[in-house]
Ligand binder design. Sequence first.
Ligand SMILES: *[C@@H]1O[C@H](CO)[C@@H](O)[C@H](O)[C@H]1NC(C)=O
Ligand SMILES: *[C@@H]1O[C@H](CO)[C@@H](O)[C@H](O)[C@H]1NC(C)=O
Length: 507
Amino acid sequence: MDLSKFQRRTSHDVDEYELLPSTSEAGAEPGFRPVRRKPWQWRFFSFRSLACTLAAAAVVWVGYRLWFSPTQDQQPTLGIITTGDVDPGPPVGNDDPPRDPPLYEEYRERERHLPQHNASLPYPEGSHAKFLWADNHGSYFGWGNYMQEMILNAYLAYAAQRAYVFDNYTWEREGPEISSWNGHSIPARIPLSALISGPIIGGPIHDKDVPRAVSREYYFSVCPESERVVLDTRKIQETLAADATVSQIVARWVTELHSIDSPCVELARNSPALFDYGITNTKRVLDVFPALSKSPILSDFGWSPLILQGFYDNIKYFAPVSSLDGAPLLTETPIAPLKGLLALHIRRGDYEHWCNNAYINAMRFTGFNSFPELPDQYTPPKIDHTQKTSEVVRKHCLPTISEVVEKVLAANTPQITRVYVMTNAPRPWLAELKAALSAAHNWVDGIGTSRDLQLSWEGKFVAEAVDMYVGQRAEKFIGNGFSSLTSNVVVLRMHNPDLRPSDTHFW
Ligand SMILES: *[C@@H]1O[C@H](CO)[C@@H](O)[C@H](O)[C@H]1NC(C)=O
Ligand SMILES: *[C@@H]1O[C@H](CO)[C@@H](O)[C@H](O)[C@H]1NC(C)=O
């Protein structure tokens, strides 16, 4: 697959919809002003003193509204760009007056001081640790794509008993901290700990022979260039069949990595990524799922305190507020299904033209959206070269409001009481959708959308992760089979024994 055309997008590649006008609609209550969050996470959050952290988190939860001083310079505005399989686009914030995107400094500091960044630790860490740094990971694409590749790279490192070397979620690899996308300022790099928690970002890993993940910075400090073994991925990939599955690729690389004594191993930046969408868009990714699901990479995967905070701050859209039952722990990611919630992932915006590509390129649902257990399977229609577009593809990729309503009614069951729409659709379209859904059925606990969420300034640039967490836990989910955001949600749902595959649908 030719990557170059997906690299750095110019502003006319991406589309116009994504920024919302500055309006007070973003808050559910009139007069709402987002509040600036203090960087409490780092004062209270430490892997080393977990008990202390949990107690502190409870205290913070009880007192947090007192702690946060509202600021006048923020307007509740945001364009959420949910990300898809080949069409990048980070979320952007829009402030009036304009304001620089957040730099997540506390998160970086925290990553710098992970306890495993210590050469004196006993086996398998300290001077015993072996590392795997995937310098060839992708950039210039949305969180959905980044997350998918990251999970597979981290799984490979785990399988090879090497410490996964984590980087930032990277829009732009080099250059200033603030980048621009489609005319908007965005963070060039976001520390992964602002998005996720767990073994991928240096949390405990329950395996006595596998060292915890370390930051790229630490890897550079303990692995001087002269000691690094830099592998061109093509040399190994050439020994595999062209249609090798992800399990076969992992097995081949584990053998290769086990044969290398050097602690410092990296995949050369200018060599092809092992798990880009050339493979994750195909069913060849599926056979790794049973092992991946059992591994700490998925079993202990969690969201960051920032994402969990965004979730709890907006819980009224996802669950009865009474279900909070005391102070939620921001160091734990509960995955119990949210009873009564139907989550919809409705991708509009960029998909309004991208869906024609899905037709012309005869695209299938992405790999993880093609589990055979899932009820909605899809086969692309035959391409008719006289046609630029196909109604069959459009229905699955860009359903109309009445098609959405029809599918929702078909998936609906009596216990569903509320709907949450994960979306980048513009507000007027969503107002119409809400009206149509309400006319078709009485949702006693209401309908919310991504546009309704109240998020901190830091939270706005990682908003799609809050959506993913909601989709992960919803009792029922209808997603977009072409989208990598949906496919990450599907992986997390398939991993959850309390959810049935029959409750995961696609348009
Ligand atoms: C590094 O690890 C050693 C051995 O566990 C410990 O004694 C030392 O305090 C650690 N250093 C830091 C800076 O945490
Ligand atoms: C993330 O990027 C910043 C520079 O923007 C860099 O200082 C930091 O080390 C990077 N983090 C990791 C984990 O590589």
